[in-house]
Design a protein around this ligand. Structure first.
Ligand code: NAD
Ligand code: GDD
Length: 335
């Protein structure tokens, strides 16, 4: 039996990963997150759950004891609204990765996965809409997203050097805008798919026609559904490759096109109030999966429409039930 540690298990991706492992008799699960347990998005009684700050070395030593595999999904992050306005906070997550890597060596852990981001990619390659997908090699020469992207790029390199210098097996995945049920949808950290589902649901519920949209809506992105993200991450983890891989979708759409899809799902048409002074990020971004498909065999299965149907349905249920809604809408990391 292998002992697995999921860092950031109280969050969106960490919660879904814990759910994947919890009933597998081959694994014993340790979950860690800085938030109080009642704010974790998903919790499992049979896991060993720890609420602690993983920026602290002593805490990383505690949770990695006798652990074989570490999944580091802990990070103080969010969508554009958060990362553009909290660059120092984002960079402080470097302490999580640094201390977890040190603790992994000290406690002789076998394998370590770091969750990096498409925000590491060179900004000058993302100045147009509907750009070609970003290849793994497009991260260099380095010009990542200020703050958050630099932290991710630095941490990726630290993984590489811990492998080279100390023999720790590391895996690095670059996630491209992951969305789906049981994630943040309000409060400032939410990303575009959840934010726009919420805005259209609220408009319909209140019989309103207008929603706010950041930018001119022509900026492009690709969005990856959570189940594909979990499968891709595990396939990279179980592979023999220590290279860095994209885990993203190649289905690039403009924000206006995504709004059209959500309007159809919601059966509610809206007018758009374009807010050009809001955080916008890069002009265009998408993933090129040719390398990860060739080396690992992974590619996403869920279309954007299929994923948005499920996401819209879940957010709609949360809003109408109103139960426990705070934990998906408030920034409660420092509580
Ligand atoms: P999330 O915010 O839902 O989850 C991250 C979790 O980390 C939170 O529950 C938070 O409380 C916890 N955390 C933050 N600081 C901590 C600390 N000091 N100690 C312990 N726990 C701490 O985010 P997510 O969407 O699940 O993202 C998981 C990982 O994937 C992160 O590394 C993120 O940067 C990366 N990523 C996510 C996306 C995406 O679109 N969701 C895209 C690119 C990269
Ligand atoms: N969040 C949000 N909310 N974005 C909106 C909204 C809104 O109501 N309306 C329009 N947008 C636009 C943003 O201005 C941006 O141009 C685009 O939608 C996508 O925004 P986000 O989903 O917030 O972030 P991102 O794709 O720029 O970056 C995200 O993905 C990275 C990985 O691909 C972030 O979550 C990063 O943290 C992540 O690493």
């Amino acid at each position: 039996m292998k002992k697995i540690l999921i860092c950031g298990a109280g969050g969106f991706i960490g919660g879904h990963l814990a759910k994947k492992f919890i009933n597998d008799k081959n694994y014993q699960l340790v979950c860690a997150d800085i938030k109080p347990l009642e704010y974790w998005f998903q919790t499992f009684d049979s896991a060993e759950n720890h609420c602690l700050d993983l920026k602290d070395y002593n805490n990383t030593l505690k949770v990695t004891k006798n652990v074989d595999y570490i999944f580091n999904l802990a990070c103080n992050m969010g969508g554009m609204g958060f990362i553009e306005n909290n660059k120092a906070e984002c960079m402080l997550s470097v302490l999580i990765n640094t201390n977890l890597l040190r603790a992994a060596i000290k406690n002789k852990c076998e394998k370590y996965l770091f969750s990096s981001s498409a925000c590491v990619y060179n900004g000058s390659k993302q100045n147009e809409t509907f750009i070609p997908g970003l290849k793994e090699t497009d991260a260099y020469p380095a010009e990542p997203e200020d703050g958050y992207g630099w932290e991710k790029l630095f941490s990726e390199r630290m993984c590489r050097h811990f492998t080279e210098d100390f023999g720790l097996e590391t895996r690095v995945v670059r996630f491209h805008n992951i969305y789906g049920p049981v994630g943040t949808f309000d409060g400032g950290r939410e990303k575009a798919p959840a934010a726009l589902c919420r805005k259209i649901i609220n408009a319909k519920n209140k019989n309103l026609k207008k929603i706010d949209v950041w930018g001119d809506g022509e900026q492009t992105r690709s969005f990856l559904y959570i189940s594909d993200c979990i499968d891709g991450m595990l396939e990279v983890f179980n592979s023999n490759s220590t290279e860095v891989f994209n885990i993203g979708s190649e289905e690039q759409v403009s924000i206006n096109q995504m709004i059209d899809t959500i309007e159809n799902i919601a059966a509610h048409k809206v007018d758009k109030n374009y807010q050009l002074d809001k955080p916008l990020g890069v002009r265009g971004r998408s993933s090129d999966n040719s390398y990860v498909t060739k080396k690992i065999g992974w590619k996403p299965k869920t279309t954007l429409k299929e994923g948005l149907v499920k996401t819209h349905q879940w957010i709609s249920q949360q809003i109408s039930s109103g139960t426990n809604i705070d934990k998906f809408c408030k920034s409660n990391i420092e509580k």
